[in-house]
Design a protein around this ligand. Structure first.
Ligand code: UDX
Length: 462
């Protein structure tokens, strides 16, 4: 494989993963960030984010002389130039937060273009990896005003918590170019060793693929959360329903677990952005609107469940009731709280007057950024449970499965657990005299372990 010289601008989880993984594939990579303190740490191999395998790859890359870090995009280009290897590809991995009206804010992309316009070597390809509105590759090209520099879109599909794995084992590589086929092929060649199917397309289609993928995932989750509600009303079991539909290869088993709603740094941002893109194209994308509304309703529905579990009525008052929240991050395996459904549910409970104490394995009480007037974070689940009227599981941390439910039972005021992730084995918590309330689970599964095992025996004959 021919090693390329690559600059990566932005060392957030996308940029750092991209830089470290490209270096591990044999390329020479210089990563740039505007945050000098962060760069100082990265140079020492301290990555500052929780991403399995990433710190190791960064340190290996540095040790092998294939990965380095500098302050500023122009400095990254100069660094490669000074080694006699002018940059062939420059990745833009800068933040594109949700701006006014749901439109992605491109200020960071524009700032990098401004900074590097005059120093990008001839023939270099600029790659948009940040999730950007359809049409941004063209807009970047215009801003750059360098016909000799191709601009391509190469969206990432990395999940937080498994970004390195996802980068090195991609389902597909997507590269979209309006400038030249050669520019697109050069970018695709960076990933050649991974042997993934590659979609070469125009820039707008590549940009659309990213939004379309994340919005489809959000739609799948809203669908399953709505199905769960219907299952509850009809006494059907959502776990069996999703297993039953998931064997259909056109549907697949993944991304079918009901929860308190979906969130994180990507799905909410991208669905609002695509809705905005559709609006500006004069297209009323009702399916996306319904997907968002279903998610908002899901938070409220979880609160109704909690009210019912605590008071016996869906509209019962939780004023001054102490409730223990287990899990705050938007999913397990991360310390990321951005657009976390757990915080959405917590905010509604707080509005309703509840007193909230929370424990999350990824969030230390001392360094938590959460507003103390919303909830108190503690470092111990048994302390969080003290005098609680209910324990509410909001994030699917596997360690919650091995909690000592007898000990929790001794700590709480009432033995009730609302499991918004269907994470726990109801039989286990019931053995400690807890009432277990899940999402979309039929009564027979919840009522006794005997019922669960006999039904699953029918379900999965030997
Ligand atoms: C997502 C996309 O998966 C990834 O491809 C993209 O590049 C970035 O956005 P991420 O934000 O890391 O990744 O989270 P993801 O694992 O997709 O989960 C999103 C949300 O859906 C979380 O709140 C999660 O808890 C929820 N979820 C996921 C469910 O409620 N049920 C499921 O079955 C799966």
């Amino acid at each position: 494989m021919f090693a390329r010289s690559v600059a990566v601008v932005g060392t957030g989880y996308v940029g750092l993963t991209t830089g470290a993984c490209l270096a591990s594939l044999g390329h020479r990579v210089v990563c740039a960030d505007i945050d000098a303190a962060k760069v100082g740490k990265l140079v020492r191999g301290e990555i500052g984010i929780r991403e399995p395998g990433l710190a190791e790859l960064v340190r290996e890359g540095i040790a092998a002389g294939r990965l380095s870090f500098v302050v500023g995009a122009a400095a990254a280009l100069a660094e490669l130039q000074s080694r006699g290897t002018p940059v062939e590809v420059m990745f833009l991995c800068v933040p594109t937060p949700m701006g006014v009206g749901g439109v992605a804010d491109l200020a960071a992309v524009e700032a990098v273009v401004e900074e590097t316009r005059d120093v990008i070597p001839e023939g270099c390809v600029v790659v948009n990896k940040s999730t950007v509105p359809v049409g941004t590759a063209d807009r970047t090209s215009e801003l750059l005003g360098r016909p000799d520099v191709g601009v391509v879109s190469n969206p990432e599909f990395l999940r937080e918590g498994s970004a390195v794995h996802d980068f090195l084992n991609p389902d597909r590589i997507v590269v979209g170019s309006n400038s030249s086929q050669d520019a697109a092929e050069r970018v695709a060649a960076l990933y050649a060793r991974l042997g993934a199917p590659t979609v070469l397309t125009d820039a707008a289609s590549a940009e659309m693929i990213k939004y379309a993928a994340n919005c489809f995932l959000a739609m799948k989750l809203s669908y399953v959360n709505a199905l769960a509600e219907l299952c509850e009303r009809l006494d059907a079991d959502v776990a069996d329903v999703t297993e039953g539909i998931g064997y259909d290869k056109r549907i697949g088993q993944a991304f079918l677990s009901p929860g308190p709603g979906w969130g994180g740094s990507c799905l909410p941002k991208d669905i609002h952005a695509l809705l905005q893109v559709a609006d500006s194209a004069d297209f009323e994308f009702r399916l996306l609107r319904a997907t968002i509304d279903t998610n908002t309703r899901q938070f409220q529905r979880m609160v109704e469940k909690i009210r019912k579990a605590v008071t016996g009525k869906r509209s019962g008052s939780v004023t001054r009731k102490r409730i223990a929240l287990f899990g705050l991050t938007f999913k397990a395996g991360t310390d990321d709280l951005r657009d976390s459904p757990a915080l959405g549910v917590a905010a509604l409970l707080k509005q309703a007057g509840a007193e909230l104490v929370a424990y999350d394995p990824g969030i230390a009480a001392a360094s938590s950024s959460i507003d103390g007037s919303l909830l108190t974070v503690v470092d111990d689940p048994y302390e969080a449970a003290k005098d609680a009227e209910a324990i509410v599981i909001l994030t699917e941390w596997p360690e919650f499965r091995s909690l000592d439910w007898q000990r929790l039972g001794a700590a709480v005021a009432e033995r009730t657990v609302v499991d918004t992730r269907n994470l726990l084995d109801p039989a286990v918590v019931r053995r400690a005299d807890f009432d277990w309330v899940g999402v979309g689970r039929a009564a027979p599964y919840v009522a006794s372990s005997l019922a669960t095992s006999s039904v699953s025996a029918v379900r999965k004959p030997a």
